[in-house]
Write a protein that binds this ligand. Structure first.
Ligand code: FPP
Length: 273
């Protein structure tokens, strides 16, 4: 049961926004491209890593708010396969922040019944990071509330390549025929297997790009871009994104007939929500 007073106390601006949201039509899965940490730091004359550090409070608030809204899943883009090109100090700091975050937040995740998952090539990360992640995965494996995915060493194309390799291995060993491969079998080999595709993709800092994030899964996601830099992203921005999402007409390639997409596949997709 969603507790409005816990989400946003009466009389606040956040509560005004929350009261406008139709709780029966919430997105099931929200994905976020957290961008603008470097610019946030630069505006303050601070090193880039200070933007990442400040961004942790935004992560905490997004996770808590999505869980309280009882969404199925939240996926955040924390480190891409391309981010290895960044200065070594920035990479090391990002990994340390992640470990710190996990150590500090694990009890909160458990308290809120949040299941933690990683998408991306976890095996290529530093062993100390893998260990912290594995502890988080094991500790929350029986949680049944929201799934909180962190995309780490993640690339949408890499993920699709890995899924294809896994299918090819199964075909080569005779466990699968090429004809058995369809969107469902491929989807089941992705890091987000078992979760609905994101209904809403949020990007902060104003850039109009998807940056190799969840390429397969965002086929029909609604995209919401805000100029707000990630360290300034708060509950109110999430509520604004959801409100905007609820104004969109989702057609899934079909046409709207009495308020519903007419094409059969689109109806199936619509039925998921
Ligand atoms: C993009 O901003 C942000 C990242 C590459 C990293 C996001 C990481 C965090 C918010 C902190 C650690 C994560 C967790 C889960 C605890 P940018 O550096 O590209 O910003 P810019 O475009 O302004 O330079």
């Amino acid at each position: 049961m969603i507790d409005l007073d816990v989400l946003a106390p009466a009389g606040t601006f956040e509560r005004q926004l929350l009261d406008e949201i139709d709780l029966a039509r919430l997105p099931r899965h929200v994905a976020i491209i957290m961008d603008g940490n470097g610019r946030w730091a630069k505006q303050r004359g601070s090193p880039r890593v200070e933007g990442h550090r400040a961004g942790i409070a935004s992560v905490r608030e997004a996770v808590e708010t999505c869980a309280r809204l009882e969404l199925d899943a939240l996926t955040i883009y924390a480190f891409s396969v391309e981010n290895w090109k960044r200065p070594r100090f920035e990479i090391v700091t990002l990994m340390s922040l992640l470990k710190e975050y996990l150590a500090r937040e694990l009890s909160n995740l458990l308290k809120n019944d949040i299941r933690f998952r990683v998408v991306g090539r976890m095996n290529e990360l530093d062993p100390s990071v893998q260990k912290a992640l594995a502890q988080g995965l094991a500790a929350t494996s029986s949680c049944r509330g929201m799934t909180f995915n962190i995309a780490l060493n993640y690339g949408g194309r890499t993920e699709i390549v890995d899924a294809c390799r896994s299918l090819a291995n199964d075909v080569a060993s005779g466990r699968l025929t090429p004809e058995q491969i369809d969107e469902e079998t491929l989807g089941s080999r992705l890091g987000t297997a078992g979760l609905p595709d994101p209904d809403l993709l949020i990007r902060t800092s104003g850039e109009m790009r998807v940056s190799n994030f969840l390429l397969w899964q965002i086929a029909y996601s609604e995209i919401w871009v805000t100029p707000t830099l990630w360290p300034d992203f708060r509950k109110r921005h999430l509520f604004e994104a959801i409100l905007d999402y609820q104004k969109r007409e989702r057609r899934y390639g079909g046409v709207i007939n009495e308020g519903r997409p007419s094409d059969a596949k689109a109806e199936a997709a619509d039925g998921r929500r």
